[in-house]
Design a protein around this ligand. Structure first.
Ligand SMILES: *Cc1c(COP(=O)(O)O)cnc(C)c1O
Length: 357
C-alpha cells in the first residue's frame, strides 16, 4: 500500500514525477543512456537546466533582472553565501528570528559582520510571528524566513524596507501567491516542495551583487555561478531534473494560483478539525498558521498510544512533531492530495469516538 506521506522534508512529490524520474535513471528520454551517466555539458542536460530555470521565472512571475541558480550545499550553505555576497565589509545585517532555521542563518552571518536580530518569537517557542517591529535602517540587508517548518508558522506580511530583502523560502516556495519581486534574493532547498535533496534554488537580482568589497571564494560567489549558468562545477543532475519535472507539473495544474487554492482547501480541512475536536489543540497562533506544516498536540497526552495506533493503521507516515515542539506535525506540501488530509482527519475523529463514547 502506498502510504500517506506527511513528512516535513524530504517531502512528498507527485506520483507522475516519481515515475518519470525513475524512467530517466534507466533510459533518459529514450536516448539509450541514463540521466545520471550523461555529461552535464551535453545538449540533453543543458535543456533540462534551461527549462528548470525558465519555469522558475515563469511560475514566480519575475520581472527581468533576476538570475535563477541551482546550487548545492542545501539551504544551510545559503546561510553563509548570503552574507558573503551581500554584507559589505564593515557592514551590518538585520535578521527576523522566527525559528531554528532563522537562528542558524544569523549565526552564519555573524561570522562575517555585525548582525542585529530586530525581532524574535523565541520567548514563546516560536509559536507566533513577531509584528510591529522596527526594521533597522542602517543595514545592508534584511533576512526573513517565510515559513517556519518546525513550528508551523508562516509570514503573511514581510518587512517593509528600502534595504535588500532576503528570504529563506525552503518550505513554502511555489505554495502561495506573493509579489516575489519584493525580494532581492530568495533561496530554498529543493527537498521541501520541489524535488529531492541535493540542489538549492537561488533567485537573485543581478544588480545587487558584487558590491561588498569582499573577496569571495569561487564556489560561494553568486556572480561566478551566474556567469557559468549554474555549471561552475558538475551540477546535481538528478535533483535538478526531478525539480524540473515538479515545476512542469505545477505549471500543468495551473501554476501558483491553482496550487494556492488547493493548499488553502487542504489546510482548512485539518485546521477545522483541530479547532473542532476537543481532544486536540493547535500549536501555532491562529493568525500565523502555516499552509504547509500543521502543528498540533493532544490535549491529554494519555491518548497518545491510541491515536498513534489509529493513524499508523490508516497508512499515515511522518506526522511526529519535531522534538522541540512535541505532538504532531502534518506537512501538507503541494503534492499532498486532499484525500490524504481527510484520512488524517478521519483518524482524529475515530479517536474522539473511542475516547468520548
Ligand atoms: C529544511 C530547512 C532548511 C535547511 O535546508 P537544507 O537544504 O537541509 O540545508 C532551511 N530553512 C528552512 C526554512 C527549512 O525548512
Amino acid at each position: 500500500m502506498k502510504k500517506h506521506n506527511f513528512s516535513a522534508g524530504p517531502c512528498i512529490l507527485p506520483q507522475i514525477v516519481l515515475q518519470k524520474a525513475a524512467e530517466s535513471v534507466i533510459n533518459f528520454n529514450g536516448i539509450g543512456l541514463s540521466l545520471i551517466e550523461i555529461s552535464h555539458r551535453g545538449k540533453e542536460f543543458i535543456e533540462v537546466m534551461e527549462n528548470a530555470r525558465s519555469l522558475v521565472k515563469e511560475l514566480l512571475n519575475l520581472p527581468e533582472g533576476y538570475s535563477v541558480l541551482f546550487l548545492q550545499g542545501g539551504a544551510s550553505l545559503e546561510f553563509l553565501m548570503v552574507p558573503y555576497n551581500l554584507l559589505k565589509v564593515g557592514g551590518k545585517a538585520a535578521y527576523l528570528d522566527t525559528g531554528v532555521w532563522s537562528s542558524k542563518a544569523y549565526k552564519e552571518a555573524k561570522l562575517l559582520g555585525e548582525v542585529n536580530v530586530f525581532a524574535s518569537s523565541k520567548d514563546k517557542t516560536y509559536n507566533y510571528v513577531p509584528k510591529n517591529y522596527k526594521v533597522p535602517a542602517d543595514v545592508d540587508y534584511v533576512h526573513t524566513t517565510s515559513n517556519n517548518t518546525i513550528y508551523g508558522t508562516q509570514l503573511k506580511e514581510f518587512p517593509k524596507t528600502d534595504k535588500l530583502l532576503v528570504c529563506d523560502m525552503s518550505s513554502d516556495i511555489f505554495s502561495r501567491q506573493l509579489d516575489f519581486s519584493q525580494f532581492d534574493l530568495i533561496y530554498a532547498g529543493a527537498q521541501k516542495n520541489m524535488g529531492p535533496a541535493g540542489t538549492t534554488l537561488v533567485v537573485v537580482k543581478d544588480e545587487i551583487l558584487g558590491k561588498t568589497g569582499r573577496v569571495i571564494p569561487t564556489m560561494l560567489d553568486y556572480q561566478q555561478h551566474i556567469a557559468n549558468d549554474s555549471m561552475l562545477n558538475t551540477p546535481a543532475v538528478f535533483p535538478v531534473y526531478v525539480s524540473m519535472l515538479t515545476l512542469e507539473w505545477m505549471k500543468s495544474i495551473g501554476g501558483i494560483p491553482a496550487i494556492e487554492k488547493l493548499n488553502e482547501a487542504k489546510a482548512a480541512v485539518i485546521y477545522n478539525e483541530i479547532d473542532r475536536n476537543p481532544l486536540f489543540k493547535g500549536f501555532a497562533e491562529k493568525e500565523d498558521r502555516s499552509l504547509m506544516n500543521v502543528t498540533f498536540n493532544l490535549v491529554d497526552e494519555s491518548n497518545k498510544e491510541a491515536f498513534d495506533k489509529l493513524w499508523s493503521a490508516a497508512g499515515i507516515s511522518g506526522i511526529k512533531g519535531h522534538r522541540s515542539v512535541g505532538g504532531y506535525r502534518a506537512s501538507i506540501y503541494n503534492a499532498m492530495p486532499i484525500e490524504s488530509v481527510q484520512i488524517l482527519v478521519d483518524a482524529m475523529q475515530q479517536l474522539e469516538q473511542q475516547v468520548l463514547k
